[in-house]
Ligand binder design. Sequence first.
Ligand code: C5P
Length: 236
Amino acid sequence: MEPIYEGKAKRLYTTDTPNVLRMEYKDDATAGNGAKKAQFENKGKLNKAITLLIYRMLEEKGVKTHLVADVDDINIDVKKVSILPLEVIVRNIAAGSFSRRMGVKEGTPFKKPIVEFSYKDDDLGDPFINDDYARELGAATEEECAFLKKQALIVNDVLIDFFKQVGLTLVDYKIEFGRLAEDPSQIVLADEISPDTCRLWDIKTGEKMDKDRFRQDLGNVMEAYEEVLSRLQHKA
Ligand code: C5P
């Protein structure tokens, strides 16, 4: 297998099957666009297992994803896609960059979910953009932006309910989409959905169960990820 891409948290390899790639989840953690780095034993394994559970559940609900097959502890096979250079962020409760930029207290619930886009470009610091920017930057057409927002809200409804059942509040999250190599007119959910990419708060205690534990040096980072996985496994 040939490595063809290495990102901050994952590696991609070719496989013998055309248009199928192997995705390896790494133990590396970064925050603040790579400004803060660390390694956590088992992070790849935990995020892979959590993403797999969530992707299988989303597929059951009719959301198309890149998932092909589970391989082992840290690898899954995925459809080859060309990732749209957009991060689609959905927020249910104010936190993180929203609270910082807007001066809104962390924990303030929104009347309706906010969907926002940022442009995937590390050198530019993944700036906030809107549909018009996406069109002019050639990142996605207006129709595609509308589709991404619609998908993001469907995913939100499913995930809010899913996490609620295991005592977790879905505060916000980031998802990414890709065009299938075998049919670029089809856009599917790609990348991961894990405590690295979601904010999850324990419903009873309010405790943060996600990457904010690393960002804010709260400690017990992997213990929180393990707890998320164990709750989801017991539910499944
Ligand atoms: O930092 P911010 O508040 O904009 O993040 C919103 C959500 O998107 C958080 O759940 C965060 O973990 C996720 N995110 C991500 N990758 C990024 C930026 C944000 O997973 N590059």
